[in-house]
Write a protein that binds this ligand. Sequence first.
Ligand code: ADP
Ligand code: FBP
Length: 305
Amino acid sequence: MIYTITLNPSVDYHVVVDDFQAGKLNRTKSDYKVPGGKGINVSRVLKRLGVPSKALGFIGGFTGVYIQEFLKKEQIQMEFIEVNQDTRINIKLKSEEETEINGAGPNITKEHLEELFALLSTLTSEDIVVFSGSIPSSLPSTIYVDLIKKCKDKGIRFVADVSGDALESILAEKPFLIKPNHHELGELFQTEINTIQDAFMYGKKLVEKGIENIIVSMAEKGALFINKDFAFQASAPKGELQNSIGAGDSLVAGFLSAYTTGKSLEEAFKIGVASGSATAFSQGLCTKDEVMGLLNQVKLQTLEG
Ligand SMILES: Nc1ncnc2c1ncn2[C@@H]1O[C@H](COP(=O)(O)OP(=O)(O)O)[C@@H](O)[C@H]1O
Ligand SMILES: O=P(O)(O)OC[C@H]1O[C@](O)(COP(=O)(O)O)[C@@H](O)[C@@H]1O
C-alpha cells in the first residue's frame, strides 16, 4: 500500500482576478475551494489513476471536516489525526501571474505526534511512504528525519517531496525518490538553476550522495530523471496552462502509479511527466484520460556525462 503523509494539509482557496493590483480592492472573477496539501493531492491523483493509497497526517477544525468529507466522496482511504486548531487555508491567486500564500498550519502537540509514530509502526516493508509538503511551524524542522528513521527501521521505502531545510535534512537518509523542482534543487546548492544542463549537474551530485532516484521538475521545460545507472530528460507536452497548482504532486503520483504496478522506471517517469502536464492544462487535478491523451507527446532523451 502507498501511504501519503501530509503533515500540513490545506484548503486551497483559488481566486481568479483580472488585472490584480496589490494594495487595491480587487474583486474575483471566479473562485473555488478544494482540499490541498501535497500528500493529499498525491492520494487524489493516485485514485484517479486507479491505484489505492491511504492518506495520513494532521487535520483539524471546520477546514479539516471539509477535507475529510471531500476525500470520503472520492473514496480515498484516510486516517488523519485530529488536532485542536483549524487546518490552514492557502490562497492561490491567478491573474497575469500565479501568486500563492500558504499558511503556517495548526499547533501539533507531542501527543498528536506520538499518534503518527504509532500509525507508522503498523506499516510493513511492502509499503511505500510518501512524505510531502511543509512542516507545521509548531514542529521541529528535523521531524521528517525522525519519521523516516521509523520507516527505515522496518525496511520501508520512502519518497520525499519537501523543500528547504527539510529537504537538506533528509538527504542523508537516502530516499528511494525525491522530486525537487529546479528552484528547490538550486536552493539546496545556494544557486539558481535555469537550464537542463545545470539541473543535471546538481541532480547528479545528489545521486552521488546516495539518493536512489531523483526527478527534477522544470514546469514547461519538462523534467529530468537521474539515478546511478541512467539519466533522461523528458520534454513536457504542449498545451494551454490553466493552473499549475498540484502539477508537481501529480508528477509524483503518476510516477508511483506506474512504478508500483510493474512499469519500468523509464515508463513511470513518462507517465509522471504526462500527469504533471495534464494537471497544468486543467483547472483541477488530472484525470486518467487526460494523462493518457498526453503520454505520446512525452519524449525522452538520454543525458550523458
Ligand atoms: N506550463 C506547463 N506546461 C507543461 N507542463 C507543465 C507546465 N507546468 C508544469 N508542468 C508539468 O508538471 C510537472 C511539475 O511541474 P513543476 O511546476 O515543475 O512542479 P512543482 O509544482 O512541484 O513546482 C513538470 O515536470 C511538467 O511535466
Ligand atoms: O506544504 P506547502 O509547501 O505549503 O505546500 C502546500 C501547497 O502545495 C500544493 O499541494 C500544491 O503543490 P504543487 O503545486 O507543488 O504540486 C497545494 O495544494 C498546497 O496549497
